[in-house]
Design a protein around this ligand. Structure first.
Ligand code: GAP
Length: 508
């Protein structure tokens, strides 16, 4: 994993129509991106995977689609007006701005890396290597672990007490330098609210100020009663939503990992108070298994417990993925208690309670939330799929081994040559498939070049029509991952493609 790989993935995304910088002809808009002709298909498939597994596969989860604009009191109640801040620090020499908490977390991650390296080295050296024993007895590793513990305790304390001076002091004490200037010449740390605001109506008065939602979750909370009263759902049940969210991220510069406009796929699971631990564990394991079904190495995923939980949560964990720039948050699972519903109940004056027929009493439900960003998932899929393989004659092929069900196009139809009736036959096959599968027809360039083009966008099947096809009604089907080619009857194409690209492969 490296910066080099990251650069390659970024340029591949652009070259093959997955991701474009926003407003590029005007030099782009920082941390805002557009999906191209292949990217949008991958995005749609990612969202469909999530929606099907949440809403279609769960009798007790329903979906909604709430508006981006909401009453401004929503954000007061949720705590976002007062507490949705990032602690920022500037380096006076490079004039670059950083999140103080991220600088410290990265420092901790570097020490953890050293421990991992020592473990790897020792595991290679000794047969019957006992990792637990090694972690508790090797003096160097114990020293690193102690260091992490001390920093984490102080860091947690500073975050919990909103002690910005100590956050700065931790950075100074750890001798963290600016990656650009290399200097330790830091400003004070100050809080920066991440919400974008705008005005509704024609008057620019304070009461008209509204926000672009920074999370989709609140649209679910304010619709809790509506769904409860209009569906046959009983606790425990969930409400799911996919939609845009906006955050004025200051430390962006991470391609589509951290954007100012992005999409979230969030599900709030409403439960009886006291059962939150059980459902928190349940959703943790469900969500990890969901990611791991995509066929990317399981080693690339891990849980990371939050050092400081958000203002609304009593427990929180990230599913982290090993992006080219290291392990980073892919999805968050939060035990949100009854914080949000209680806050909305208090500020709106409307009862947001559930009458439990078994207990014969009403209560404000507790909530376990799962929340994942579409673009982070997209980047994890690209990272897991991107491979450069050596080919004969010193050539190489770049291939995206995306799970076939998520691949933008399922099949490419390629006449071997542009004459002798092959294009006509190929078009006929293309037309017979395009209703059921995203298919491409391509007759330009050599067959090898056309295969490479499809490999680069992750198309699982290439179907070649040759002269023999006109006689025996068979085609050559080439498998993207193995490059294996087999001859099958045209009539078998739909079933073959369907078998490999069906949602069954991910959902059942
Ligand atoms: N409702 C809870 C919530 O919003 P979060 O941890 O702030 O929690 C949840 O965000 C997920 O949304 C993250 O795990 C990430 O996948 C995605 N996300 C958050 N900020 C993002 C950003 N600036 N760009 C892209 N994705 C983002």
């Amino acid at each position: 994993m490296s910066e080099d790989l990251f650069k390659k993935i970024i340029s591949h995304s652009k070259e093959y129509g997955f991701v474009f910088p926003s407003s590029e002809i005007y030099d782009g808009l920082a941390s805002v991106y557009d999906y191209g002709q292949n990217g949008v298909l991958l995005v749609n498939n990612i969202k469909e995977y999530w929606w099907k597994s949440m809403v279609q596969m769960h009798e007790n989860i329903v979906g909604i689609d709430s508006a981006i604009f909401m009453h401004p009191k929503v954000w007061k109640a949720s705590g976002h007006v007062d507490a949705f801040n990032d602690p920022l620090i500037d380096n006076k020499d490079s004039k670059k701005r950083y999140r103080a908490d991220v600088l410290i977390e990265e420092h901790i991650a570097k020490i953890q890396d050293k421990i991992d390296k020592e473990v790897d080295k020792a595991a290679k050296r000794f047969e019957n290597f006992d990792k637990t024993m090694f972690l508790t007895t090797n003096p160097r590793v114990v020293e690193y672990a102690e260091k992490i513990k001390t920093i984490e305790a102080r860091f947690k304390n500073a975050l919990e007490n909103n002690d910005l001076d100590d956050l700065r002091q931790i950075i100074i004490d750890l001798e963290i330098v600016c990656p650009v200037s290399g200097s330790k010449n830091w400003t004070e740390v100050r809080q920066f609210n991440l919400m974008f605001s705008t005005q509704i109506g024609s008057l620019a008065e304070d009461s008209d100020k509204i926000y672009l939602r920074p999370e989709t979750a609140q649209g679910i909370f304010v619709n809790f009663l509506n769904v409860l009263n209009t569906s046959r759902q009983r606790i425990p049940f969930g409400i799911a939503q996919i939609g845009k969210a906006f955050r004025n991220e200051i430390v962006a510069r991470q391609f589509i990992f951290r954007m100012r406009e992005f999409e979230q796929m969030e599900m709030q699971f409403f439960i009886k108070p006291g059962t939150q631990k059980e459902f928190y564990e349940y959703w943790k394991s469900q969500r990890m298994a969901w990611h791991q079904r995509l066929g990317i190495s399981k080693e690339k995923y891990k849980f990371h417990d939050h050092i400081k939980t958000a203002h609304y949560a009593d427990a929180a964990v990230d599913i982290e993925f090993e992006f080219p720039f290291g392990f980073k948050e892919l999805e968050g699972i939060h035990s949100r208690t009854d914080f949000d519903l209680t806050q909305h109940q208090n500020l709106s004056g409307k009862k947001l309670q559930y009458f439990d027929p078994e207990l014969n009493e009403s209560y404000v439900p507790y909530v376990v939330e799962t929340s994942v960003g579409v673009s982070r998932l997209f980047l994890s899929v690209l990272t897991g799929a991107y491979q450069v393989e050596a080919m004969p004659n010193n050539e190489e092929r770049v291939v995206l081994k995306i799970h076939p069900t998520l691949a933008p196009y399922k099949v490419a139809i390629l006449p071997l040559v542009k004459k002798d009736g092959l294009p006509e036959k190929a078009k006929e096959i293309f037309d017979s498939l395009k209703l059921d599968f995203y298919a491409q027809y391509d007759e330009k360039d050599s067959i090898g070049k056309r295969y490479r083009r499809q490999d680069a966008i992750g198309t699982p099947f290439c179907v070649t029509i040759d002269h023999q096809t006109l006689e025996d009604h068979q085609v050559t089907i080439r498998h993207r991952d193995t490059m294996e080619q087999t001859r099958i009857p045209i009539a078998d194409l739909p079933a073959t493609i369907a078998k490999h690209t069906s949602w069954n492969n991910l959902l059942v």
